[in-house]
Design a protein. Sequence first.
Length: 282
Amino acid sequence: MLYYQAHGIPSDSTQADAPAFDDIIQAACGVPDVLRRASGRPGLMPTLLADKVSGLVLAYSIIAALFHRARTGEGQQVEVPMADAMLAFLLVEHGSGAISRPARGPAGYQRILTPLRGALRTADGWIAVQPHRAAHWAALLRAAGHDDLVGDPRLSSRALWREPGFGYATLSRVLATKTTAQWLAFCADAGIPAAAAPGLDELIDALPEDEHPDAGWYKVIPPPARFSATPASVRRPAPLAGQHTREVLAEAGLTEEQITRLAEAGVLTGDRAGPGRRAPAG
């Protein structure tokens, strides 16, 4: 709270100045309970989920504020509490029937929480297949030689939602009968959503390469968005810590004198010596 009080910023949280590491935010927002419901163990997502979700929320919140400023000329402060961002992200599906008043069911989206959900084994690899219709199930069952299950009411439309345990167990048995390539071809012909599940190494190997002037050769992660009028591209290597801080501040309208004062006050992370110097890595 000290930061907010010092700057005259209202805050409704007593945790406003508490350390906000990804593990801590995940724990505070129910991720361990979601994983406990799915696997029996209260773990954390094996990715920096809270950090990335909060960053995305902050980015589009800033864009919304800039749009408001462009329309009205009025600026405003944007605050994105990490816990609020993660809670909203998680409860979209896992609030489930518990969101209604009175509650219409338990918390947790049951199809997502089924332990069997995920990539399933084929005869030679892994694949994800999601049959949405009774016709999808019938085609898969016949292709795998399970004609006896065609027409089973538990494998009708939205079976993975209504009978997730039986649905995924059956799908696992079906997919084990053919190779990944065979199932991908079959599902494409039958209009069934499907995708192979490659390993991380395979995905990384497929990325283009470039050379960083300091770090050497590396794999380039392409921009995830596609713009028709302003196509995105990677034009220069990733910056070192603080490398472009002065450049960005100058583009934002700060004078060299103002930037220097910020640097001397220790505000600019990574800035060590002023203009023209590249900040060291770290």
